[in-house]
Every structure is written in structure tokens, then in C-alpha cells.
Design a protein around this ligand. Structure first.
Ligand SMILES: NC(=O)C1=CN([C@@H]2O[C@H](COP(=O)(O)OP(=O)(O)OC[C@H]3O[C@@H](n4cnc5c(N)ncnc54)[C@H](O)[C@@H]3O)[C@@H](O)[C@H]2O)C=CC1
Ligand SMILES: O=C([O-])CC(=O)C(=O)O
Length: 335
């Protein structure tokens, strides 16, 4: 299993190393490493980076939080370092090899660096700017922290990443939206969302929750989940996109990965990874439930039973996903 995963990921890494270089799974996580766990956040002074770093400062599994940004990371680090939890916090700017120092010896590197959307933009409109940013950061990470696990948040993640937690945000949103409709506790609503992370590539599998909705409710709910990001972009009126709910989701994903790296079995999170599920249809990356392990990506779960409505959503998503992935791959090959 390990060799299999390593092979797949190393291939991916060679093929896509510039854009994303996201998971390098060669080394099994050792318990001594678990005792000294460094997490680096690249883009740490931004709208997502700051609350994410705050949440990670509260994570007892992290011993060192290294914050990097092109602006203000030392300030954010100084501020967080006064919080009375054990972890050390350090901040780096591009001067004096800051990026190198931020990522060296990191166990996990989380990347929320990049430009967010403004109203009227699609996530794809961010590609030209953000692919270059992710490329530079992933290249440095590959060079100075070749054993680290990387998680990319920067949009458009359908094109820029191999493993990320965007579907965590979609799942977090779905469970909240469904609980609002049904008047239930969102903690008990676990709605799986698969596919990708933009518009029609977001496929909520609401039928698996057992909840009953009318056709109109189901359509409206699906649309709200698929375009939840737009709801926030519109409400923020030109000042950015979702940051706090994303930070919450990224913190949850990072914590799950740390639990799995520390040897806990059965830790499952939705993640957009290189996946065999729709490879035969030319879609090499796909988000589904993934069992996290000491090697990062463990067992990739299949989708489970789909209603006809969900099968139709899947059919609509696959060609779009294929295009998004091809865009990332082309970018890499042109480097
Ligand atoms: N995957 C997902 O579900 C979600 C993704 N996003 C994406 O996350 C990204 C960040 O969003 P926000 O935090 O709201 O943006 P922001 O503009 O508030 O923060 C971005 C930060 O990245 C930094 N940055 C830019 N270039 C950098 C570089 N080369 N190296 C290091 N840092 C760099 C900026 O200085 C800034 O502090 C956007 O691309 C956004 O679309 C946002 C929400 C959800
Ligand atoms: O909508 C955006 O651009 C940010 C994002 O990915 C989300 O909130 O789902």
C-alpha cells in the first residue's frame, strides 16, 4: 500500500511539481517527530492565514508554528506568541531566506497565499496570479522540506492542488445549511460533498444523509452549497471571500492529518487528491472521503449510493473538472 501510494504521488510530483507539489509521502511519521511537530502557514498574514494561525496556536499537537508572508508575518507571529499555549511561533518575511527557514523541518505546510475573488469573478479568474504564487511556494517547499505534507487552499484549487481541504469547507457549509432547513444540530449533519471546488464541480450527496427534501428544496440547497462561496464574495462587496469559515475548515483538516500522522486509525476527511475513482474518464483528481494515514493519503473511499439527481450532477461535473485539471497540468508543462 505504501509503495503504491508513494509511486502515485511521486509521479504526480514530477508531473506537477511546479504548480502544486502537494503531498510527498516517502517518510512514515515517527513518534519523535510527533513530539516536535512544526506546521508552516504560507500566506499567514492574510484573511485566512491569520485566523487559521490563531486556531493552530490552540492545537496542542503543534510544537512550532512558522508563519510566512510577503507582508507582516513577523507582526502576526509576535501577536500570537503572547497566547498562553505551549507552541513556539516564529514569523518570516522574504528577506534573509525567510521562506526557507519557515518551511525547513515542517511536518505540514498549509498554503492560503494568493488573491481572493471580487464580485463578478470566477475562481478560475484567479489562476494566472495564484498559480505562480503556489508554484513558487511549492517549489521552495519541495527544496527545503521534501518530506512535508502540503495542503493548498489558494484558488482555483481544482487546478492548483493535489490535496487540500476545500471540500472540508463545502462539507462544513452543507451540514450548516441542511441543519438550518431541518432545525437540527449541525454537528450531527454529516453531508458528504465530492468532486471539486467550484460551481458545478461541487457535488453534495444529500441523499446519503437520509434527509427528505422536496425537489425544489433539494435544488435550492444544492445550488446554495455549490455557490456558497459566491454568497460570501457578494456580501463582502469587494473586500474578499470566505476567510473565517475557511480557516475553521483548514484547521479541522490540519488537525485530522496530525491525528493520522500520530497513528490514529480511521481518520476520514474529504480531500481533493489524485484519485482512481474517475481516472478511466480522464479525471485524475477528485475529492471524496479519504482515510488519512501516517503516509498522508490512505484509502480513497468510493462515493457510495447516488440518487439519479446526484448521478446527473456527477455527469455535469466531470467535463468541467477535466478542464480545470488540464489547465493546471498545462501550466506546469509550460514552466
Ligand atoms: N479552498 C477554499 O475553499 C478557499 C480558498 N480561498 C482562497 O484562498 C486564498 C487566500 O484568500 P484570503 O486569505 O482571503 O486572501 P488575502 O488577500 O486576505 O490573503 C492572502 C495573503 O497571501 C499573501 N501572499 C501573496 N503572495 C504571497 C507569496 N508569494 N508568498 C506568501 N504570501 C503571499 C498576501 O500578502 C496575503 O497576506 C485566495 O486565493 C482565495 O480564493 C478562499 C476561501 C476558500
Ligand atoms: O468563493 C471563493 O472564491 C472562496 C472559496 O473558494 C469559497 O468560499 O468557497
Amino acid at each position: 500500500m505504501e509503495r503504491n501510494v508513494v509511486g502515485v504521488v511521486n509521479n504526480q510530483f514530477h508531473a506537477h511539481r511546479i504548480v502544486v507539489g502537494v503531498v510527498i509521502l516517502k517518510r512514515a511519521f515517527s513518534s519523535s517527530a510527533a513530539n516536535a511537530t512544526k506546521v508552516a502557514v504560507l500566506g499567514a498574514a492574510g484573511g485566512i492565514g491569520q485566523p487559521l494561525s490563531l486556531l493552530l496556536k490552540h492545537n496542542e499537537s503543534i510544537s512550532h508554528l512558522a508563519l510566512y508572508d510577503i507582508v507582516n508575518a513577523p507582526g502576526v507571529a509576535a501577536d500570537l506568541s503572547h497566547i498562553n499555549t505551549h507552541s513556539k511561533v516564529t514569523g518570516y518575511s522574504p528577506d534573509n531566506d525567510g521562506l526557507k527557514h519557515a518551511v525547513t523541518d515542517a511536518t505540514i505546510i498549509v498554503i492560503p497565499a494568493g488573491v481572493p475573488r471580487k464580485p463578478g469573478m470566477t475562481r478560475d479568474d484567479l489562476f494566472n496570479t495564484n498559480a505562480g504564487i503556489v508554484k513558487d511556494l511549492a517549489t521552495a517547499a519541495a527544496q527545503y522540506a521534501p518530506k512535508a505534507f502540503m495542503a493548498v487552499i489558494s484558488n482555483p484549487v481544482n487546478s492548483t492542488s493535489m490535496i487540500q481541504k476545500v471540500t472540508t469547507l463545502d462539507v462544513v457549509r452543507s451540514s450548516r445549511f441542511v441543519s438550518e432547513l431541518k432545525g437540527t444540530d449541525p454537528k450531527n449533519e454529516n453531508i458528504l460533498v465530492v468532486g471539486g471546488h467550484s460551481g458545478v464541480t461541487i457535488i453534495p450527496l444529500i441523499s446519503q444523509s437520509g434527509a427528505k427534501f422536496t425537489d425544489d428544496e433539494l435544488k435550492a440547497l444544492t445550488h446554495r452549497i455549490q455557490f456558497g462561496g459566491d454568497e460570501v464574495v457578494k456580501a463582502k462587496a469587494g473586500t474578499g471571500s470566505a476567510t473565517l469559515s475557511m480557516a475553521f475548515s483548514a484547521s479541522r483538516f490540519t488537525n485530522s492529518l496530525l491525528r493520522a500522522l500520530n497513528g490514529e486509525n480511521g481518520v476520514v476527511e474529504p480531500a481533493y487528491v489524485r484519485s482512481p475513482l474517475f481516472e478511466s474518464k480522464g479525471v485524475e483528481y477528485f475529492a471524496s472521503n479519504v482515510e488519512l494515514s501516517r503516509e498522508g493519503v490512505g484509502k480513497i473511499h468510493d462515493l457510495g449510493p447516488l440518487s439519479q439527481y446526484e448521478k446527473d450532477l456527477l455527469e455535469a461535473a466531470l467535463p468541467e473538472l477535466k478542464k480545470n485539471i488540464a489547465k493546471g497540468v498545462d501550466f506546469v508543462h509550460k514552466q
